[in-house]
Design a protein around this ligand. Structure first.
Ligand SMILES: Cc1cc2nc3c(=O)[nH]c(=O)nc-3n(C[C@H](O)[C@H](O)[C@H](O)COP(=O)(O)OP(=O)(O)OC[C@H]3O[C@@H](n4cnc5c(N)ncnc54)[C@H](O)[C@@H]3O)c2cc1C
Length: 281
């Protein structure tokens, strides 16, 4: 296996056009797989020194995050933490201090694990991706990026350049909870991230993302649709939990059964809405 460190996007795009070449960002997923023998890339193209992939810029349209910006740097930005509290909450629970100093959002997304925590927050914020290659760049809603476990919409030679979040809404309630085998450094058995906008007790917008309960991280679109325009009360919270259990399609594996994952997802969605109800009354 060869290793190449690039410092510019033209060099990155050129290097990735070679058969068997893959981007290496923090390495916290990829190098674990290489060591375990489940990934054998011909060429690791280290993107961590490409400055244009490590940017963080704000505009009236929102926030653009470089795909190779370490999570610790993102979390270190007080304005980001204030404007996107769900993202900050999720990232604080991702790995450890050491992992966050290396790991990136580009890696979290491109690894395409159904359990990817960063993906949940970004899905809830309706993130858009900029993907780039030698052929140019294109924008893609994150919702269209995941194709299955370990599979994405990235074409051969393409890389994630940046992630854009729309302008923040200061009045949104937010929620994140991950159920794992232990409190820290755990892979989710099931997880839910949500954003909720209420006006006079009526739900004007609900965005709920769930992890480890389908082949990809996903938004619970049917639950969201059913919530919009309804007055939030305890019965609605319970009913939304029940429909969340029905909307997911988990598998049984060494960490938990499919039934348990369904139940947990329903509980978390109901808890999210009940907490928002209590906070609003
Ligand atoms: C101890 C430990 C704890 C962890 N805890 C969590 C956790 O709590 N929650 C969680 O979600 N994850 C966790 N992870 C997984 C991992 O840390 C994250 O998924 C991380 O965000 C991966 O980012 P990275 O930069 O290290 O990616 P890498 O390992 O460098 O890359 C991962 C994949 O993405 C591709 N890639 C990287 N950058 C790009 C790019 N710009 N464009 C296209 N493809 C790209 C690589 O080719 C590879 O296929 C943990 C890992 C470890 C080892």
């Amino acid at each position: 296996m060869d290793y190449l460190r690039v410092t510019s996007e033209p060099d990155l795009a050129e290097a990735l056009s070679v058969d068997g070449a893959v981007p290496l960002a923090g390495g916290t997923d990829l190098l674990v797989k290489v060591r375990a023998g489940v990934a054998r890339p011909g060429l690791l193209v280290d993107v961590s020194r490409v400055e244009s992939l490590r940017g963080l810029s704000r505009s009236q349209d929102g926030l653009s995050i470089g795909a190779a910006l370490p999570l610790a740097d993102l979390l270190g930005d007080a304005a980001v933490r204030d404007a996107y509290p769900l993202l900050a909450t999720v990232l604080r629970s991702l790995g450890s201090t050491q992992i966050r100093s290396r790991a990136t959002l580009g890696g979290n997304l491109a690894n395409a694990s159904p359990a990817a925590d960063g993906a949940l927050a970004l899905l809830a914020y309706d993130a858009r991706l900029t993907l780039a290659s030698r052929a140019g760049s294109r924008a893609l809603p994150l919702r269209e990026f995941f194709r299955g476990p370990g599979r994405t919409a990235l074409a051969r030679g393409e890389y994630v350049h940046s992630i854009t979040l729309p302008a923040p809404d200061a009045n949104q309630a937010f929620f994140f909870h991950k159920v794992g085998r232990r409190r820290a450094l755990t892979i989710a058995i099931a997880s839910v991230a949500g954003l909720l906008s209420l006006e006079d007790g009526v739900i004007v917008d609900a965005r709920i993302a769930a992890g480890s309960v389908a082949p990809t991280p996903l938004r619970l679109a049917a639950v969201e649709d059913a919530l919009r325009g309804c007055r939030l009360d305890a019965a609605l919270a319970r009913a939304a939990g029940d429909s969340a259990s029905r909307e997911v399609s988990p598998i049984t594996d060494v960490r938990a059964s499919a039934d348990y994952r369904r139940d947990v997802t329903g509980e978390l969605v109901a808890r999210f809405l009940s907490t928002a109800l209590r906070a609003s009354s």
